[in-house]
Every structure is written in structure tokens, then in C-alpha cells.
Design a protein around this ligand. Structure first.
Ligand SMILES: C[S@@+](CC[C@H](N)C(=O)[O-])C[C@H]1O[C@@H](n2cnc3c(N)ncnc32)[C@H](O)[C@@H]1O
Length: 409
């Protein structure tokens, strides 16, 4: 069991365990410093700004994740759809060497190769592509993996096209989608595409390390969710809940505050329409898989509903819940009290008394132990699940997985 310093107490009971906002247990990530165009013409140059930060959106030079003064990045294009037999590639101009400032800017443009000599593309041809920026393969001295960043899906049209490229993602509403992540669900190896919009949604608008650790834990304990019905509280981008679905859960309900649910719906749509590893466009290029992984079908069982903790749970009753999952939901003591009220209500619903409750927790605030004391006072026993030696668990050494067991009369 991970203990809080010299106190000998478990991490979740230790009031001295508050962590600095930037520390080396956090995943370093690439992010897009400004929005990329949602549509471009082939050959048209556009500006790209990339930076480094942690899950909190902060960057400290001392957390540089490589040995040496700089390391090379590379930008590639992932084709989602386009005319049969054609490919999309990206050309960059300017330095892609990232230094300790954690920021760089360069230019890029998209090019196509038909691969079919003598057959020109029609002027109304268009493609959908995602641009990915990551540390160049073979880079020496990488101390900690840096999470790649992807553009939102981008429409690419012929240079000769008369109309500007149509916007994608019509369901976006008022959200301004900043970037995407392509995160692999461990064990099954299926990547989930997640849009992030921290500028618009703040905390709910990005992937948190707790979610990465919990998903890894669930993948290693698949039997706890295979064929089960899962409810996620405080889903954020939906990583854990959608991951549960791809790991074999029968039905998944993603919940969060009302203003976060458009992002959850968008992320569901992104995976159904634009995930190059899951979606199969009828116009697949040769060599691209035309076989839909069977697991994708299980995203059909994913639903999104608003739920503010502490409010009526009757809308969450989608049959009996087998597993309630929560990642990084304890960070604000007032909201946490409301979370306890939701957990108590769920545990008191007769059909859900056998449900399991799993929570990933990272200590941040001196009030955290008060939350767990209140949870125990609300008749939940707390058990820390054994730590795994999987990649995220090894990197995020201060994130633990707790099982909350309702005391049943
Ligand atoms: C730190 S984020 C974690 C998101 C996601 N679980 C993850 O691990 O990436 C906390 C989430 O809890 C949600 N949340 C905060 N207060 C809430 C409340 N009162 N009711 C419902 N959700 C809430 C936030 O909107 C946010 O999505």
C-alpha cells in the first residue's frame, strides 16, 4: 500500500500528502497551442504551434522528459477517409526540435499520392485526416513518454476546389474543440479518439491521469466488467467509460455536468465516425482494414446523460448497475460531499446493492482525507486495490485505485 510520507497512513488518509501542482508522477503531454484549421486545400500551408505541459496544463523546465537540450518531434497524417487508392501525407517547414521552453511553431501542408498512375483525382474529391505530433521514433534518452497530440478531424479538398472545405463535426455546438488524443485501451489494443476542450470546459475538458490509471486497471481486471452494466460518474472526456465498452461491458452510462455532456456525445461520435482505427469508411484505401473490430459494436451500448452529484438519481437507473467507475473526482471538498450523496443514493437502490464501486484517486488537497472520512461515515468501507506494474501505474506513482464497499445491512 502506498503510504503518505512518514505518517504510515494510507495515501488517501494522509493530510500531509498534498502534491505540488507539477511533479514527475504526472504524464507529460504535447498539446496544440493554437487551433488548426478544420478544413484545408491540398498544398496550402498552415501554422502549427505545439507545446508541452502536464495534466494540469502547467509546464516546468525541470520536467523536460528527455536527456539533452532538445528532442525531435514528427508530424504525420492519419487518413480517416478519402478516394479509394489515395493517400494523404504531410510536409513540414521549420524546426521540429522541442527545447526546454516547451514550445515550438512550424508550418505544414497536406499532399496526396494517388498510387494509381495516370488517374487524376476528381476536383470534388475530399479526404478526412487527423494530424498527429509525437516524439520522433528512435529518439535517444527519452526519460518519460510524452503523450502525442492530434488535430481535430480535418477536411482536405483538392487545390482546385471552388468551395472552401465544409466543416466537420456538426454536433459541436458552442464547444471549441482544441485537439484530440488517441489513447489505446490496454489489453485489447483498441485506440479511443478523444477531443479535448479545456479552454471551454476547464477541468472536464481534458483527460486526467486518474482515468488513464483506472482504465489500465480495468483492462487488467476485465472479468469485473465483461458483459456488465457500468455507470461512470464525472466522465469528463469519456475515456474510462468508453474504454469499459471496448473492454466488453454490455452497457455503459457516461455522466457528467450538463455542460460537459456535449463533449461526451461528441467523443462518442468521433469514435463512431472518425477514429481511423475503428471507423471503416466505404472508401477505405487498399491496405486499410475493412473489417470492423467486433468490440466496436459495444460502443452502441454507450449512452450519455447529465448527472450533477447530489441530485436525483432516478434517470441513472438503466437497469441494475454492476460497476460504478470514477476517476479523479475528489479534488473539491464541496463537490465531493455531493458525490457522497450520489453514492449513497446509488447504494441504497435495492437492485444495485451488489454493484462494485471503483475509484482512481490522486491526492491534491489537504481536505482529501476529510472526504474519505465522510465516505466512511456514510457507510462505505475503503480498500486500496493492489498496485499494478503497468506503464501508467508505474509513472503515476501517486494515483491509487480504491474499492468503495457499501456496508449492507
Ligand atoms: C478531474 S476531472 C476527471 C475526468 C475524468 N474522469 C478523467 O479521469 O479524465 C473531474 C470530472 O468531474 C466532473 N464533476 C465535477 N463536479 C461535478 C458534479 N458536481 N457533478 C458531476 N460531475 C462533476 C467534472 O466536470 C469533470 O469532468
Amino acid at each position: 500500500m502506498l503510504q503518505g510520507g512518514a505518517t504510515g497512513l494510507p495515501l488517501w488518509q494522509c493530510s500531509t500528502s498534498a502534491m505540488p501542482l507539477v511533479h514527475e508522477g504526472q504524464t507529460p503531454r504535447l498539446y496544440l497551442r493554437f487551433m488548426l484549421p478544420t478544413g484545408v486545400k491540398l498544398g496550402e500551408w498552415f501554422e502549427v504551434g505545439v507545446g508541452c505541459r502536464n495534466e494540469f496544463g502547467l509546464w516546468k523546465r525541470a520536467d523536460f522528459p528527455c536527456e539533452g537540450d532538445s528532442f525531435p518531434l514528427v508530424m504525420t497524417a492519419l487518413r480517416v477517409s478519402g478516394p479509394a487508392g489515395s493517400s494523404i501525407s504531410v510536409e513540414t517547414e521549420g524546426s521540429l526540435l522541442m527545447d526546454a521552453s516547451g514550445k515550438l511553431a512550424f508550418r505544414a501542408r497536406l499532399l496526396t499520392g494517388s498510387g494509381m498512375e495516370g488517374r487524376a483525382e476528381k476536383s470534388d474529391s475530399s479526404w478526412v485526416a487527423l494530424l498527429r505530433v509525437e516524439v520522433a521514433a528512435g529518439t535517444q534518452g527519452v526519460l518519460r513518454p510524452l503523450m502525442p497530440v492530434l488535430s481535430p478531424p480535418m477536411r482536405v479538398v483538392q487545390e482546385s476546389a471552388e468551395q472552401p472545405p465544409e466543416a466537420l463535426l456538426l454536433g459541436l455546438g458552442s464547444l471549441s474543440l482544441e485537439q484530440c488524443r488517441l489513447l489505446e485501451v490496454p489489453v485489447v489494443g483498441l485506440p479511443i479518439l478523444l477531443a479535448e476542450c479545456p479552454g471551454d470546459l476547464g477541468i472536464g475538458g481534458r483527460v486526467w491521469d486518474g482515468g488513464l490509471v483506472l482504465l489500465e486497471y480495468l483492462a487488467e481486471h476485465r472479468s469485473e466488467l465483461l458483459g456488465r452494466r457500468c455507470l461512470e460518474l464525472g466522465s469528463g472526456t469519456g475515456l474510462v467509460g468508453m474504454g469499459c465498452a471496448l473492454l466488453g461491458a454490455r452497457q455503459v452510462l457516461l455522466t457528467d455536468l450538463e455542460d460537459v455532456t456535449p463533449l461526451l456525445r461528441l467523443n462518442l461520435e468521433l469514435n463512431q465516425e472518425f477514429n481511423p482505427f475503428l471507423a471503416v469508411a466505404s472508401s477505405s484505401a487498399p491496405g486499410e482494414s475493412a473489417a470492423l473490430p467486433a468490440a466496436l459494436q459495444s460502443l452502441d451500448g454507450v449512452e450519455v446523460l447529465p448527472h450533477r452529484w447530489g441530485t436525483d438519481i432516478s434517470s441513472l437507473d438503466f437497469g441494475s448497475t454492476d460497476l460504478v467507475v470514477m476517476a479523479d473526482v475528489v479534488y473539491d471538498i464541496e463537490a465531493a460531499e455531493a458525490l457522497i450523496a450520489t453514492l449513497q443514493s446509488l447504494a441504497s437502490v435495492e437492485r444495485q446493492t451488489e454493484a462494485k464501486y471503483l475509484m482512481a484517486f490522486r491526492p491534491r488537497n489537504v481536505e482529501d482525507p476529510a472526504f474519505f472520512k465522510a465516505l466512511e461515515a456514510a457507510n462505505f468501507e475503503l480498500h486500496e486495490r493492489p498496485r499494478l506494474s503497468t506503464p501508467m501505474a508505474k509513472m503515476c506513482t501517486d494515483v491509487i485505485v480504491l474499492e468503495l464497499i457499501p456496508r449492507r445491512a
